[in-house]
Design a protein around this ligand. Sequence first.
Ligand code: URP
Ligand code: ZN
Length: 703
Amino acid sequence: MSSDNNNDSQMCIPGMGENKPRPRVLGTSFFGYVPDAFSNDGPDFPSAKATVSSASPLVNLSGPSPLPVPIATETLPDDINPDSTKFEANSRGTTEEAFNESAQNRLIIKNGKVVNSDSVEDVDIYVEDGIIRQVGNNLIIPGGARVIDARGRYVFPGGVDTHTHFQLPFMGTCSIDDFYSGTKAAIAGGTTTIMDFVIPQKGQSLIEAYNEWRNWADENACCDYNFHVAVTWWSEQVKEEMAELVRNHGVNSFKIFMAYKDVFQLNDKEIYEVFEWCKELGAIAQVHAENGDIIKENCQKLLAAGITGPEGHALSRPEDVEAEAVNRACVLANQVNCPIFIDNLTSKAATDIVATLRKQGHQIFSGPLSAALGITGLSQWDRDWKAAAALVCSPPLRVDPDTPDFFIERLAVNDLQTTGTDHCTFSSAQKALGKDDFTKIPNGVNGVEERLMLLWDRGVVTEKLTPSRFVAVTSTNAAKIFNLYPKKGVISVGSDADIVIWNPNKSKVISAQTHHSKCDFNIFEGMECHGAPEYVILGGRVVVDEEEMKVVQGYGQFVPTDPFPAYVYDTIKVREEDRKPKGVNRDGTSSGLGDVLPPQLKATVPANNGEASVPAITPEPKEQVSPTPQSPVPNGADYSTPTRSYHASHFTRAPTVSGGRNMQDTTFSLSSDYPSPADLEASGRRTAIKVRGPPGGQSTGLW
Ligand code: URP
Ligand code: ZN
């Protein structure tokens, strides 16, 4: 397929065919690790070591830098004509044969400042066969390797963009960047792995859609990629196909839409069931969080009032429409203990909900739309229709001028963990489909090339983010959440050699004249960013070489992901145990609710038993009373949030058997002596515990 034909929406729907997964040439394990002359180590990421291959002369890197070895001759030119020079079988394997014969499969990056999410070190990196083999000082390595001097540069893991839409059939057209131009743009900006979305039509088989997307990407992607699969309708078939995708197709995340009514949107019951199923499968549930029902109503009213321009899009989707959906998604996910990833926030209100619920223990991950780090949505009110329509995306960019800084600050403190671009570009001509009706303007903006530069410029240059936090946000956290880590998202022995050499002193002015997207405009046009990639290395191959593009169509690999990422599911498993509901034992042997409450609630069981002003720690053990059927544990009580005032009002710790302070166990009484919360409310009695003694005992000093 020519990568230049994508204006034609037909090109989005190529003939299907069997999915032909490409062999992974760099090994068969999940991490693509090939035991080699260096060691017998498997994929468990040993620390850097200085053993060497006997096949090559040795170079001791502690000595003076060897002269750079010229790049091997099979390096391919930028922008290869896809039809004439695409590698046969489009496999990195085919490419790799030639690649491995040359010195280009050996690379040393010297003198750089190597930044991981948890460290900054002045160390060298040795790469062979696409894998990082050594990290450290005074490395002893084989000769014949290319040396890149990274003095004065930062060296960090290639970016992982969690959210792109290349050649997406959408709103009567197809996004203009396909898997060739889109991934090329990604690489130009320092991103080496993208995660795109398979979005089946309602009623379409998920597997069939997955195979379509795989074919598009396998043929064309210049960087590595993975897929989230959208659940746009709900049935037994969909459930089975989700399981099949997890078991046999390397998918570990599913996306639901709360917006796009009548197209992709699911209702709450369906969402609940999808979340429940995702949790069973060990998958991450992703959410487009906007209230589609409200939006539909708003759109109709705005159009009826004669507002047909791009500002209507923003007006139809105010901040609280995003915030409401974020909250609802979190509530639904929490009922079934499913981890969720909320895509591309654009508002402060939605962010505050995420931050609050995360502090309460909800397993939520999220981040701002990358575009929202660099610009606001004010231009949607521009008199120039084209400029206004360029910004139309969902959720919309907000007009509040503080929003970009707000997002950087929230990323800095881990209220938010990643930033994805939602790169979904439509040309001016495509945007003009909505010339007379804003609801027909194809939604989407660019960002895959600009994401790292924006975050560096707005975050690191301003000293709001450390370089390590920048790495966490641009690659490590995404890799951990989606189970790509430590293959991706870290500079470490055994990891893929996906590496960016970043020049903090270089400035770049973003422009459609120079960007790599096929879109005829760039929403960041004219913006100057300080800091830019100078070299980008993908699987050991230098694909941006002193800013010269050397991408290869089809060189990108599909990266399968396993379910149950430990980073996410370890907590889910603990919560699952803690939240198991237990019935009341009424055979007379029960010692009270202390036996049946989940552990988090035990920590809050009262000593005061509902008396508003008794000390929190009572010296006398109180006789346990068999619970009555009218349990005061509220329906839907959030066992994960022991500090909620409801629980704190009615439960405190009982003393231990010996009468000492009990910091672990709990007791609980439901005798009719003790009023229920409703009783307390009704009688107007206080429900808050008056703490006479602070934790740790009474003190006369300050507390
Ligand atoms: O505006 C956007 N985000 N377009 C792409 C489709 C979607 O909502 O993710
Ligand atoms: Zn999207």
